[in-house]
Design a binder for this molecule. Sequence first.
Ligand code: UGA
Length: 459
Amino acid sequence: SLHAPMKVVVVGTGYVGLGTAALLAYFGHQVTGLDIDQGKVDMLRRGELPIYEPGLGELMAECGDRLQWTTDYAAAIPGADVIFICVGTPPLPSGQPDLRYLAAAAQDVARHLNGKMQVVVNKSTVPVGTGDWVARIIEEYAPDYKEHQYNVVSNPEFLREGTALFDSLYPDRLVLGGNDGAGVARLLELYAPLIEQDFQAPAHVPRPEGYTRPEVVATSLSSAEMIKYAANAFLALKISFANEIAGLCERVDADIEEVARGIGSDARIGRQFLSAGAGWGGSCFGKDTSALISTGEEYGYDMPILRAAVAVNQGQRQLVIAKLQKHLHRLQGKRVAVLGMAFKPNTDDLRDAPAHDAIARLNELGATVVAHDPVAMPRARREWGHLNYTEAESAEHALIGADAVILMTEWKQYTEMEWNGAVRTMRQPLVIDTRNALRCALSTGTLEQIGRRGQTPAP
Ligand code: UGA
């Protein structure tokens, strides 16, 4: 790259931390990824990834010595120009994010700051006001603290799991929030290759046709923090809106896929995130909508639109089981195949996955569950020990002798499966497609989708 390389430390090696570290090293910066988990650091040093994310390993391999891993704050922090904090903020029972990892990371960073201008960037999703709180932690813990020595910037992340690299390399916007210009100015330099798009696109993640560059949105700290939540909340409510309309479509004999296309082609609305189905899952939408609602409560401010979006999403999970019951009546003793466990395709992330709730409910109702996922089964063995199901060695195997199959995650290998052959091995050919992902017509049996007319072929 033509730009002056900087020294960067990225604290936290989850999706956001690994993506940020790889991206900045790829741009030519010298990056140290820091995690207090020695096991994760050992894995990364061996060239292994603690998460599944397509293409990330390849990009990291191309960075060579520019990407290093450590558990040692004292060694990493003093030499850094910019320090990113990308630790988890998991939800507390109250709905508010748990900031203890952020507090610990901010203190450990602060203790080793060098007294010259260093920029601390928060990339974790945090409530409005957290940037100021991090600044106060630095003030308290940094040795020989003087004002204007350090600068806290909020730089929220908008990448999606499964397409993390594409989203990081070709984002719609870059949001930089800070309360004085110096921190933001340094980040504009750091991100110059991204802003100017003058890097060589990696062969496995080519630049999309027509893409030029991200819009730079420079804001106050609080606005940047609000942008992150408001963006996720809007996407979540867009999905819930599609699901609400889908329910009405079923009752009036309209088709949500046609309706989504028809309204989505209006540029003011847009087709993305209007896919009806089992509803949203994952680590972000549920957490971020409840965090906004509970921030509202803290200030005595009601957020009825968001509360409704959450309620509609919970209803979609019940709808999956209701669709089964509509055809099978009692589920006691029935054999149900569940295809897909991850909350969406191309990830092994199981957090808040609709498949979890479906299996749990099927267990309660006395059904026998056979489940399959192309990548998430090993993780499910570790994290879903409380659920009762057997693993199938393939999707086709899962269907053999089943009374019904529920497609929970629209993995390509499921949507492209030879359904007509597979359905013939079932005891009863009932297919519940909770993602409206099956494009082929079944030659026998029943296909139930969400917000569409049930397809029951003539005998
Ligand atoms: C989401 C946002 O899309 C990212 O921009 C953001 O950075 C990220 O959260 C975050 O805050 O870290 P992610 O949770 O990885 O990304 O996944 P999405 O692709 O947004 O999907 C979320 C859920 O919505 C999935 O369960 C998906 O199946 C569901 N969905 C999505 C629908 O039900 N319908 C749709 O039309 C789109």
